[in-house]
Design a protein around this ligand. Structure first.
Ligand code: MD3
Ligand code: FE
Length: 211
């Protein structure tokens, strides 16, 4: 992993939000190999929202917890409800990337205990939401984009605040902390295309501290 902050462009998107273009490019093949292993143990699935809708994003997790949703609500669960087993462990290359990105963005104390793995196909979207199921909002979230590019929607503290559209490409990493931690955000419907390593897919890793 290239830990040299000055080797890559770092852009402040907002207070506490740093975009590290290409930060994960070197490790992307290893990350994708690890994602395949995770999906063998805990397959991608389309969760049901508390309102009864099937999410268009397919998800799995690794680490001590996993984020899950069903008719009873959202939660972090130490067991995969599909397999009834613990989630696969966080691969060392995942943890190393997340900690070094957080450090490069000014969060030296990031201690991630879960990585949510999202899989997008053309047409898949993520409606505007806040991430507020975690126990400690002083811990940032680190996101890694792999595969097809996506348009990230960056909103405000209210659901109907004006949004910015930010393109995210293979290898981009964003660290979301401080006042940015609770902003509304989402992903516009994925455009069709083909990525040399992933085909018509986008994989997003989000590293969090659940508890
Ligand atoms: C800003 N995932 O899993 S990553 C999510 O591309 C999620 O799959 C999107 O939103 C994706 O919850 C966006 C960027 C991201 C993740 C979490 C955030 C941005 C965030 C939490 C707070 C603020
Ligand atoms: Fe989110």
């Amino acid at each position: 992993m290239n830990a040299d902050l000055f080797a890559e462009p770092v852009e402040a998107l907002d207070e506490g939000a740093m975009l590290l273009r290409g930060f994960a490019l070197d490790t992307a093949p290893a990350l994708l190999a690890a994602v395949r292993g995770i999906a063998v143990a805990s397959p991608f699935r389309h969760l049901i929202t508390p309102g009864g809708f099937r999410m268009s994003v397919a998800m799995t997790n690794c680490g001590a917890y996993g984020w899950v949703s069903d008719r009873s609500g959202y939660r972090y669960d130490p067991l995969d409800p599909e397999t009834k087993h613990a989630w696969p462990p966080m691969p060392p290359e995942f943890l190393h990337l997340a900690v070094s990105a957080a450090q490069a963005a000014g969060f030296p104390d990031f201690r991630s205990d879960v990585c949510l793995v999202n899989r997008y196909e053309p047409g898949t979207r993520l409606t505007l939401h806040q991430d507020k199921d975690e126990g400690d909002f002083t811990q940032p979230i680190v996101s890694v984009s792999l595969g097809l590019p996506a348009t990230f929607l960056w909103g405000g503290m209210g659901r109907s605040d004006k949004q910015r559209r930010i393109p995210l490409f293979h290898g981009d990493v964003v660290v979301w902390g401080g006042p940015s931690r609770l902003r509304y955000h989402g992903v516009a419907p994925l455009k069709d295309g083909s990525h040399p390593e992933l085909g018509a897919q986008r994989i997003n890793l989000t590293f969090r501290r659940a508890r």
